[in-house]
Design a protein around this ligand. Structure first.
Ligand code: SF4
Ligand code: SF4
Ligand code: FES
Length: 243
């Protein structure tokens, strides 16, 4: 199979980008965007449609199995994981690969998502004690712990701006993980930060709901954390999801 790509190319330290058109062939019917980029980078003689050498395409990956979130990029305009996007699902038109637009571009498809991790640090969203072991796969704690910190939800959020106070779903979901285990979250520092940096900034448009590559039930986590950390409602079982 032959695929046509349009790949956004940006040099290190440069703010301007250009689309490079590249033709890439594979016999692998299950090839993904990640395997295409790996294949292109493995070919030292790869040329674009003008015969220009393509050179190394910068992008990020680690697990290659939808576990780390590193390979998030815009694929045909939609934020997705490259390792979880089969080429066969993208139709016949050229496949456009671009970096996430809410974060500074380092080079090509690689962005600096440090702001997401800074937000987690500023809100002190981490486990500082042994957490409960649960088999409850319907619970808030389990659901929230599946976040990959990929940033796809921030990409589509109309209210998230890097540098702004609102942290978006990428912090809301991990915060829900901690809040789910608290007795009275509304009275804690995290409860206070949740109200200021998540609840008050979220327009509840739920654009983030269907974009999450982990398929996290974002609106249910929002409902649960808003109920406990904002409205001070108690939930019988701390990890239990509200329906
Ligand atoms: S509900 Fe809307 S405003 Fe709130 S985090 Fe999701 S996309 Fe952003
Ligand atoms: S909530 Fe989903 S889209 Fe947002 S960072 Fe976590 S895994 Fe990615
Ligand atoms: S490389 Fe880890 S999610 Fe794609």
């Amino acid at each position: 199979m032959i695929y046509q790509f349009e790949i956004s190319r940006t040099k290190h330290g440069d703010r301007t980008s250009r689309l490079q058109r590249i033709r890439w062939e594979t016999a692998d019917e299950s090839a993904t965007v990640a395997s295409a980029l790996t294949g292109m980078n493995a070919d030292p003689d790869l040329r674009d449609e003008n015969g220009e050498a393509v050179g190394h395409i910068f992008w990020e990956c680690s697990c290659l199995q939808k576990k780390c979130g590193a390979c998030a990029m815009r694929i045909n305009g939609v934020p997705r994981l490259a390792c979880d996007t089969p080429l066969s699902s993208l139709g016949k038109k050229p496949i456009r690969l671009e970096p996430l637009k809410k974060f500074p571009v380092i080079a090509d498809l690689m962005t600096d998502r440090q702001i997401m991790f800074d937000n987690l640090r500023e809100m002190k969203i981490w486990l500082d004690r042994e957490c409960s072991q649960t088999e409850d796969r319907d619970g808030v704690a389990f659901e929230a712990s599946r976040c990959l910190q990929c940033g796809c939800c921030l990409e589509v959020c109309p209210n998230f701006l890097p540098g702004g106070s609102f942290t978006g779903t990428a912090a809301c979901v991990p915060a829900s993980r901690i809040i789910a285990e608290m007795e009275s979250p509304a009275q804690t520092e995290l409860g206070c930060l949740y109200r200021k940096r998540i609840y008050e900034g979220c327009g509840k448009s739920l654009s983030c709901r269907n974009i999450c590559p982990a398929g996290i039930d974002i609106d249910k986590l929002l409902v649960h954390s808003n109920a406990t950390a904002v409205w001070n409602k108690s939930v019988h079982s701390p990890g239990k999801m509200l329906h």
